[in-house]
Design a protein around this ligand. Structure first.
Ligand code: HEM
Length: 468
């Protein structure tokens, strides 16, 4: 069976006959040297790489590396096709297993079809509104204390990225795992960092001393630690995410097994931490460059007139949300989204075979002039209700993906980002030199190569209401 996707009316249908107008997509012919250059560029400069490929070869490009076919699809229509996944053409499991399956097996993103639906339904227990409100109440004092403790000389600089990384790791320990900071939490954080480092190793060999080997050992440590906690978590009343997943039950009374809880927790910590760190970093950079926006957001934060944010106060930060969306447009933490074709399918006149790694590029779509006015410009107002450029196409803004695998932690991430910004804006003013450009390493998850040095000034205390 061949599935067909037709551009224009955005309709998709399962067809049993081959589309007459369509031709089989063939691998592009390039030298080995050029292939290596392309692979390097795709890691180092995914935006330039995608723009270059799309201009040279069009919206569907196939490359063969060894026995594996890789197909790049460009544009918002490609995202719609891959993310809506009508007719179950694509497997998330097969794609992500090939990339992070050794250290994050059986995570929610590495599941398909009914199995995925079942696991996702149970996981909702950790993401419902009242639960998020509880997380926010717990995170507030922690973020406040962390931001207050930043050490720097007046007018001196700080590396923003490691600070955010520390903060999100600490929050993973307390909010996700219900741990006290220090002691075991520190050990778990270190093991977790080794696991993440091993998720996309340059040397994919698990022999003593390699990053992959260290990552697998660290994963075993975490598995043992979590296993020991499960009985207590199942019987207790805790409201941390670990406890909630241990007790989650569906309508038929099904629960996660112990192994499933462990796999989900390790995956969740990974999914939550580097992505949010990346988003906070790019927002901080954008606000350091565009201090007029920083002043504007500071006014918004101060106008709330409170020292601690409640869940409902989050709605009173619409401009902070525009800036976050704009930062995620310009620097999506995941610049590409891989899927694996289980069936052959048509895309804009090309037939793509089963068994291909099919990759779409949020970072490329986020800069297409077809959807965005002046896309290289930092312009948060494009997300205002009046302009709403993200609605030009339902799949032109996809930092959180879409369809069945759309990020389940989206609201958690927005809440956490607003909370950190709320604390930073009221306490500090930060800048970067006019000539500074953040050197971005886009892959696997967008981050600054230099840690993002920012120059910080503490605001006069009158701008900071006393904490009750
Ligand atoms: C700015 C922050 C974040 C970004 C940009 C982001 C981005 C993404 C993307 C692109 C995917 C889908 C990948 C695919 O289509 O295969 C995804 C999935 C997922 N994310 Fe996030 N994420 C963020 C924060 C979080 C947080 C805070 C959590 C948990 C608290 C989380 C948990 C997950 C999970 C469990 C999945 C798998 C969903 C599924 O397969 O059903 N993410 N995220």
């Amino acid at each position: 069976m061949l599935a067909t996707y037709t551009k224009g009316e955005n309709t998709m249908a399962d067809l049993t006959a081959v589309n007459q107008g369509s031709t089989a997509l063939r691998p592009i012919k390039v030298s080995l040297l050029e292939t290596l250059r392309m692979i390097r560029q795709s890691y180092r400069q995914p935006l330039e790489h995608a723009q270059d490929m799309q201009q040279r070869y069009g919206n569907a490009v196939m490359q063969r590396i060894g026995r594996q076919s890789y197909v790049n699809l460009y544009g918002a229509d490609a995202h719609r096709l891959a993310l809506v996944n009508e007719g179950q053409i694509f497997s998330n499991k097969k794609a992500w297993d090939m990339i992070i399956g050794r250290v994050f097996p059986n995570g929610l993103m590495l599941r398909d079809g009914d199995d995925h639906r079942y696991h996702r339904r149970l996981m909702q227990a950790g993401f419902k509104n009242p639960v998020l409100q509880g997380y926010l109440a717990d995170m507030g004092p922690q973020v406040h204390a962390a931001v207050e403790a930043w050490e720097f000389k007046p007018g001196g600089s700080l590396l923003a990225y490691p600070l955010f990384k520390r903060m999100t790791l600490d929050m993973a320990a307390t909010i996700f795992l219900g741990m006290e900071l220090g002691g075991d939490a520190h050990k778990i954080s270190r093991a977790f960092e080794a696991t993440v480092a091993a998720s996309m190793p340059r040397v994919p060999l698990a022999i003593p001393g390699t990053i992959l080997w260290r990552g697998i050992r660290a994963r075993h440590y975490m598995c043992r630690y979590f296993q020991q906690q499960i009985k207590r978590k199942r019987e207790g009343q805790g409201n941390d995410m670990f406890s909630l997943l241990c007790r989650a039950t569906d309508e038929e009374g099904n629960q996660y097994t112990d192994e499933e809880v462990v796999d989900h927790m390790i995956f969740l910590m990974m999914a939550a931490h580097d992505t949010t760190t990346s988003a906070l970093t790019s927002m901080t950079y954008a606000l350091a460059q565009h201090t007029e926006w920083q002043d504007q957001l500071r006014k918004e934060a101060l106008a709330i007139g409170k020292d601690a944010l409640s869940y409902h106060d989050l709605e009173r930060m619409p401009q902070t949300e525009w800036v976050m969306k704009e930062a995620l447009r310009m620097y999506p933490p995941l610049s590409s989204l891989p899927k694996y074709s289980l069936k052959s399918f048509d895309f804009e006149g090309s037939t793509i075979p089963a068994g291909a790694m099919v990759v779409t590029y949020p970072i490329h779509t986020h800069y297409m002039e077809q959807y965005w006015s002046n896309p290289t410009r930092f312009d948060p107002e494009r997300f205002s209700d009046e302009r709403a450029e993200q609605k030009t196409h339902a799949y032109c803004w996809v930092p959180f993906s879409g369809g069945a695998h759309m990020c389940i932690g989206l609201h958690f991430a927005i809440m956490q980002i607003k909370l950190v910004m709320f604390e930073m804006l009221r306490r500090y003013r930060w800048t970067v030199p006019d000539t500074y450009r953040m050197p971005v390493q886009q892959s696997p998850i967008s981050k600054p190569r230099d840690g993002l040095p920012i120059y910080l000034d503490a605001l006069p205390p009158r701008a900071i209401p006393a904490r009750s």
